[in-house]
Design a protein around this ligand. Structure first.
Ligand SMILES: NC(=O)c1ccc[n+]([C@@H]2O[C@H](COP(=O)([O-])OP(=O)(O)OC[C@H]3O[C@@H](n4cnc5c(N)ncnc54)[C@H](OP(=O)(O)O)[C@@H]3O)[C@@H](O)[C@H]2O)c1
Length: 328
């Protein structure tokens, strides 16, 4: 392996740009190659970020023997083929969230990585922020007693462009996979399990994707979660973990820079963890750490948990009777 981990970016849209910006804050990372379906786009993006190689197809990047790890930044329905393309070429992979469209796809991806003994990670960057380490530490210390309720909301009000990925069923759009998945992975991190029972309400919009939903998860009698996701509604993006002896509030829980511990009879404590840029470097640093340590998955977000969350997402969509046009 080279001095720095050599990244290859696949699909040069909005998130790949943010991730590329984040790599600048990862000391052990280099943007070695970028790939687009358009050579001109790859050349422009590569020039901007100082990439050594700019490819006009994803296949060329996958074939480049100098790429250590591929980052998949394409729409949801392409995560499976593009991840397999890179794994089959011997690359480690960080795949954007949602990891796949459904559990069946996710199982294929995980099985292939395990068969090839390559690193694979679901790019839920939330898990790797210092504030999340602090949250896990507080919970391990039993700072709020027994956790009984988790709440998390994630809604954004973007432009309604039916052909773009958010509202387009052909690109596996909808609020649940796009932003609700953040809430699910957060609840999964807190309880270390998937819910035994789920009830939900959903509004399916005219393009056929879920635009607003409220989920109620029950893990056991005194362990529950309420999770909200939306495409046409801006929400505060706050998570709260509530226990028998207090609660922890995490503003902007998907990329947190602080959290507040509130306990009865004590002064509230806020812990701050400012960071550089938007914080995409934390997941990149974790990928580099794992690859250098010879790990094929991150212990902070194991692949079995990714698979379990994908199964929960499937359960919810099955309850809504919502299938994407390409799902058999
Ligand atoms: N972690 C986060 O915070 C975060 C935030 C936003 C999005 N995401 C995830 O990142 C993925 C991409 O989202 P995005 O907002 O970056 O989307 P985007 O701006 O539309 O970019 C997606 C890129 O994928 C490539 N692509 C390949 N086939 C495509 C097709 N048929 N239609 C459209 N694009 C195609 C294109 O790159 P080329 O033209 O260069 O080939 C396109 O620029 C999604 O899975 C999303 O959930 C994650």
């Amino acid at each position: 392996m080279s001095d720095k981990i050599r990244w290859g970016l696949i699909g040069l849209g909005l998130i790949s740009r943010k991730f590329a910006n984040g790599l600048a804050f990862a000391p052990d990372a280099e943007i070695y190659a970028v790939a687009s379906r358009s050579q001109d786009k790859a050349d422009a993006f590569g020039a901007e970020y100082g990439a050594s190689k700019c490819y006009g197809s994803y296949e060329e990047l996958a074939r480049d023997p100098n790429v250590d790890v591929a980052y998949i930044g394409t729409p949801n329905n392409y995560h499976l083929p593009h991840t397999l393309l890179c794994l089959d070429a011997g690359k480690h992979v960080l795949c954007e969230k949602p990891f796949a469209v459904n559990a069946k796809e996710a199982q294929i991806m995980v099985a292939r990585a395990r068969e090839k003994n390559l690193f694979l990670m679901d790019a839920f960057w939330t898990r790797y922020f210092p504030a999340m380490f602090k949250l896990r530490e507080l919970l391990a210390e039993n700072a709020i007693g027994d956790v009984m309720l988790v709440t998390a909301d994630f809604g954004g009000r973007g432009p309604v462009i039916p052909e773009r990925r958010h509202f387009n069923p052909d690109l596996a759009g909808g609020a649940l996979l796009d932003v609700g998945s953040y809430c699910l992975q957060f609840a999964s991190m807190i309880y270390g399990a998937q819910p035994a029972d789920i009830v939900s309400q959903v509004a399916i919009g005219e393009t056929g994707v879920d635009e607003l939903s409220v989920l109620v998860f029950k893990y056991s009698d005194y362990e529950m979660a309420t999770l909200t996701s939306a495409l046409r509604l801006g929400t505060p993006h706050e998570a709260r973990v509530m226990g028998s002896d207090g609660y922890i509030a995490i503003p902007d829980f998907w990329h947190p820079s602080e959290l507040t511990l509130v306990r009865p009879g004590r002064e509230a404590q806020t812990f701050s963890f400012p960071y550089d840029g938007e914080g995409f470097h934390f997941e990149a640093i974790e990928v580099g750490r794992c690859i250098r340590a010879g790990l094929t998955e991150s212990p902070i977000y194991p692949l079995d948990e990714t698979l379990a969350i994908m199964e929960t997402l499937d359960r919810i969509r099955a309850d809504w009777g919502m299938r994407y046009p390409f799902e058999d």
